[in-house]
Design a protein around this ligand. Structure first.
Ligand SMILES: [Zn+2]
Length: 116
């Protein structure tokens, strides 16, 4: 069970929220001028990192407001929650907060978020 700290209401159980997928996905500026493949990549392709992941949530059984979070996908720990209007935090801000559950190295094991 996750406890999610809604930036408007405070800590609440995960069952009150709905995940909205990856955050900071930018819609193409001229969709009529891009190829079908580029449009399909915008609509369907999302990153699947091990480590830092920016995602959207809505407090659907509370204030009904959208917000973003930063979650470590290897531990499911929500590291930061911020409002939609707030600036995207940089990954280096969370560099020392990433933990691996079984002590595997940060590089390797399919972790492409860490540069070699
Ligand atoms: Zn709320």
């Amino acid at each position: 069970m996750l406890i999610i700290n809604c930036p408007y209401c405070g800590p609440r159980d995960q069952c009150e929220f709905t995940n909205g997928g990856e955050a900071h996905v930018t819609r193409p500026k001229n969709p009529e001028n891009i190829s079908d493949q580029m449009w399909a990549e915008y609509v369907f392709f999302r990153s699947n990192p091990k480590g830092i992941y920016y995602e959207r949530w809505v407090h659907s059984h509370g204030c009904k407001k959208w917000f973003n979070s930063v979650r470590d996908t290897s531990t499911d720990e929500i590291i930061k929650v911020y409002k939609i209007i707030d600036k995207k935090p940089l990954p280096k801000e969370f560099k020392n907060k990433i933990k691996t559950p079984s002590g595997e190295p940060k590089v390797g094991s399919g972790n492409f978020t860490v540069k070699k």
